[in-house]
Design a protein around this ligand. Structure first.
Ligand code: SF4
Length: 264
């Protein structure tokens, strides 16, 4: 029997069911390995290396993060919650890491999900050539894309990469006609001023068909993972924002005319 695209293999590090923050409805999130950025606040640092790697678990045991898996095997998991998707408008979300890092696997996952009648979303930072992105878009119902900062120097300083390609791709994805939501991880000392949030919101509002912006307040849930990977957490000591500050930034974003919310 010939090989099917369902046999394509990729590398993931988690499948999480019953998520309600990563696109509409109740969703299954597939976390893919690999990311070109190194955001200082990243709460999934075990995602960044595309290779499998060792990490100490919370009980101090050495574990391997990263598993080779086929589209068919992932879909077996995703299909388990079909009735929840049906009732809530949910489906499959690809997250990471950065799903754009596995173009020989992730687009097939999206395609398989669609063919099974399950809607699809990707959480992405848009850091890839647009030719790669175009392989994903026809199979994606919702694109949730991060814009972290409009200032290139500051973007580089906190994520290790320039924002130029990301900003260019946000426009191309919007012009392509994708159902695009812009998301902003709001990080104290990085982009937590009204001016910085306004600049991102104004940019998002300038994109064709973009109507929604989500502000994702900083949290420290991933901090412990850095030590367990033998890495340093460079935002150590930075506190999450107060509720008042979150509201102030939300109001600054709303001046763009977009529908804005706190959280995904
Ligand atoms: S883009 Fe996302 S996965 Fe990649 S380093 Fe930044 S926060 Fe982590």
């Amino acid at each position: 029997m010939g090989k099917s695209y369902l046999d394509a293999k990729g590398r993931i590090f988690n499948i999480q069911r019953y998520s309600i923050h990563d696109g509409p409805g109740i969703r299954t999130i597939v976390f893919l390995k690999g990311c070109s950025l190194r955001c200082r606040w990243c709460c999934n640092p075990e995602s960044q290396n595309i290779e499998s790697q060792e990490m100490t678990d919370v009980d101090g045991r050495l574990t391997v993060v990263g598993q080779e898996i086929s589209v068919r095997e992932v879909m077996r998991e995703v299909e388990k919650d079909r009735s929840y998707y049906y009732r809530s408008g949910g489906g499959l979300t690809l997250s990471g890491g950065e799903a754009l890092m596995q173009p020989e696997f992730a687009p097939y996952l999206l395609q398989a999900s669609r063919e099974a009648g399950i809607n699809t979303a990707i959480e992405t930072t848009g850091f890839a050539s647009f030719d790669i992105i175009k392989r994903y878009l026809p199979h994606t119902d919702y694109v949730l894309m991060d814009i972290k900062h409009m200032n290139d120097m500051k973007h580089k300083q906190f994520t290790s990469q320039s924002n130029r390609l990301i900003i260019e791709n946000a426009r191309k994805i919007a012009e392509w006609g994708a159902n695009l939501t812009i998301r902003v991880p709001v990080i104290p000392t990085f982009n937590d001023t009204e001016a910085e949030i306004s600049a991102i919101a104004q940019f998002a509002a300038s994109l064709p068909n973009v109507t929604r912006l989500h502000l994702l307040p900083y949290h420290r849930l991933g901090e412990g993972k850095y030590e367990r990977l033998g890495r340093n957490y460079t935002l150590s000591g930075i506190e999450p924002m107060s509720k008042e500050k979150e509201q102030t930034l939300l109001q600054a974003a709303e001046k763009s005319g977009l529908f804005c919310q706190l959280g995904g």
